[in-house]
Design a protein around this ligand. Structure first.
Ligand code: M6R
Length: 609
């Protein structure tokens, strides 16, 4: 959701900005722009549409000279995607330029005040308001840091804002609140960006900017200030993954690469929390005495993270016998939930999702302890939670999550088993068998991936379907909702996921000749029941496909399209059943000619409500 890049150093800025913006394309955008300082003048180039348009306009960066600049990819919030609304925005004299990620909630009120003070506005954006507000205070105090702190004192909402002033031609200033921003420093240059992949090629030494911290970036490094403009000491973090981790590595799409990374992701996430065959949460900080007293868990998340939470609910309740409720973060944050004594688990790949962050804050306000299950190191949710379980998925670039969801499931299983161990709801031998079984998952996922052509063929057969239903019971239902979301977001095929027993309470009226109904059948005793529901839809003309645990004998049904997944403990089947569903969504998206990694209207990290 919008990407920001900034550079000041010895090299030409424009190629570095364009390269950085390319690395942030996954975040989702519909226009792009750069502002580069040259000889005390700011040059701005903007374009609607894909980055390649901006690259063409600037001769791949060669046509815009200067060693200090800021760049932006915009995902439209206020105002349509257009060149005028694209960032950077500037003041009338073109002596100040700024890019912004987030939403200024009181922009209308601020705009009215600025109009009264003689400002004119050309775009529909809140960012032009932000830029002119900084300009107003810069003119008033003649101090670039003060202008930014005055801005921060007056705006409500979220922002990562980078500003250049002509009177400071070798400096980039920035501030953030609830929108991600990192700073990188290297020999002879300094960088800012919304996310690490944008600057990984140049440096692995990264500072995570805190809320309401102001940054002054010069070619010899970064200085940080609080809102009172006092210097703040910060320690950089060394990024452990390399630039290759954020490249396609020979795969046609990031999504396919990330699907294939899942065996490693499972192994890495297990290695993080399993030591010598035992689950060890000491790094996470969760102590046994805290877990022992726990009498409830609330899980919140959005999209796939919420879906991982639904799987977790089944597993935790079944193994640890602790009541669990799963809620959409966007609902939890506003409904003044009744809660006391529960642990709130916030699941988020990016750690920046606005609703999940707000849900975390709501939980803390109620005095609840919070555990973040987060993939991105140093992200807002990770920093604000009481405990953090870092999933080891590595950088996820594809908008449609696959490996991060998989890693979240592993975190959930480990949490459930640990809770069961502490609460002694299952025998030590069972605990040990469950941990041993978890270790077999990477190889089982490998086996599924080796068989991907079967799914590819099935995708070719079903490419013209316009309606797909996923049904299942228990964990099979939970994995169905994830399969359905995957399909919707990248293939643009309408799809619904239903708890199989619910189907005949209304939805079955949508089944007609040729409708594809996909049954997930991994949950022992529940399989026969879901098969009956599949047969009911088959009688109404549906085309049936099933994902079934190997070795399960289905009743005589005539189902022809059966995709087997290896046997595992029934609590862990989502980790296997989801693989064919991810592959199906992927191949259907490719066959339909969609932009797999950057589906329409979507952003990787949803930092606005
Ligand atoms: O970064 P988060 O895990 O908090 O993101 C939550 C959702 O926005 C995300 O899972 C979204 O649903 C994905 N596009 C699903 O593939």
């Amino acid at each position: 959701m919008c990407g920001i890049v900034g550079y000041i150093g010895k090299e030409q800025a424009t190629p570095i900005l364009l390269d950085g913006l390319k690395k942030l394309e996954y975040r989702g955008y519909d226009s792009a722009g750069i502002a580069v300082m040259n000889g005390g003048e700011i040059n701005i180039v903007k374009a609607k549409g894909r980055l390649k348009v901006l690259c063409q306009m600037t001769d791949d960066g060669a046509a815009v000279k200067g060693a200090c600049g800021i760049g932006h990819t915009r995902w439209a919030t206020h105002g349509e995607p257009s060149e005028t609304n694209a960032h950077p925005h500037c003041n009338d004299e073109k002596t100040i330029a700024a890019v912004h990620n987030g939403i200024i909630e009181n922009y209308a009120e601020l705009k009215a005040k600025l109009i009264r003070r003689g400002y004119t506005f050309y775009s529909q954006t809140d960012t032009e308001v932000a830029t002119k507000l900084v300009d107003y205070y810069y003119k008033k105090y003649n101090d670039p840091l003060r202008a930014i702190s005055e801005f921060a004192l007056r705006v409500r909402g979220s922002y990562a804002l980078a500003v250049m002033y002509c009177e400071y031609p070798e400096t980039v200033f920035a501030i953030r609140k609830d929108s991600p921003m990192i700073i990188g420093t290297a020999k002879g240059g300094a960088f800012l960006a919304s996310d690490v992949p944008a600057i990984l090629k140049y440096t692995k030494s990264v500072y995570y900017v805190d809320n309401l911290e102001i940054v002054r970036l010069k070619s010899d490094g970064a200085t940080f200030f609080n809102l009172d403009r006092e210097e703040v000491e910060k320690v950089p973090v060394e990024i452990t993954w390399d630039a290759e981790a954020a490249e396609k590595g020979g795969f046609e799409h990031f999504m396919l690469k990330e699907i294939h990374e899942q065996p490693k992701v499972i192994a890495d996430t297990l290695n993080y929390a399993v030591k010598n065959g035992k689950i060890d949460f000491s790094e996470i900080g969760l102590e046994n005495k805290f877990l022992k007293k726990l009498n409830g868990v609330i899980i919140v998340g959005c999209g796939s993270a919420y879906h991982a939470g639904v799987v977790m609910q089944y597993v935790i309740e079944d193994i640890a016998r602790v009541p669990v409720r799963v809620e959409l973060a966007s609902e939890f944050r506003y409904r003044n939930p009744v809660a006391s004594g529960e642990l709130v688990i916030v699941i988020s790949q990016s750690g920046e999702t606005a609703d999940s962050l707000a849900a975390l804050r709501e939980a803390k306000k109620k005095g609840l302890k919070t555990l973040a299950v987060v993939n991105v190191l140093g992200s807002s949710i990770a920093r604000e939670a009481d405990y953090v379980f870092y999933t080891k998925a590595g950088p996820e670039i594809s908008v449609a999550t696959t490996k991060a969801y998989t890693a979240q499931l592993i975190a959930g299983y480990l949490f459930a088993i640990k809770l069961a161990e502490v609460k002694k709801t299952v025998d030590a031998a069972v605990i040990s068998a469950l941990v041993t079984e978890l270790k077999t998952l990477p190889e089982k996922v490998e086996r599924l991936l080796a068989d991907k052509e079967k799914i590819q063929k099935f995708a070719a057969e079903t490419v013209d379907k316009n309606n797909v239903f996923f049904i299942g019971r228990g964990i099979d239902y939970a994995v169905g909702i994830e399969g359905s979301l995957k399909l919707k977001e990248i293939s643009y095929i309408h799809s619904e996921a239903y708890a199989a027993g619910e189907l005949k309470h209304g939805t079955i009226s949508l089944i007609e000749k040729g409708t594809l109904v996909l049954g997930v059948l991994t949950q022992g005793a529940l399989i026969e029941k879901t098969v009956s529901n599949l047969v009911e839809t088959q009688s109404r003309g549906a085309l049936i496909a099933t994902v079934v645990t190997q070795g399960v004998r289905l009743p005589e049904t005539g189902f022809e399209r059966v995709f087997y997944v290896p046997e595992t403990d029934s609590h862990f089947t989502a980790s296997l059943a989801v693989i064919p569903l991810q592959l199906l969504a992927y191949y259907l998206s490719v066959l339909r000619g969609n932009d797999v990694d950057k589906p329409r209207n979507l952003a990787k990290s949803v930092t606005v409500e």
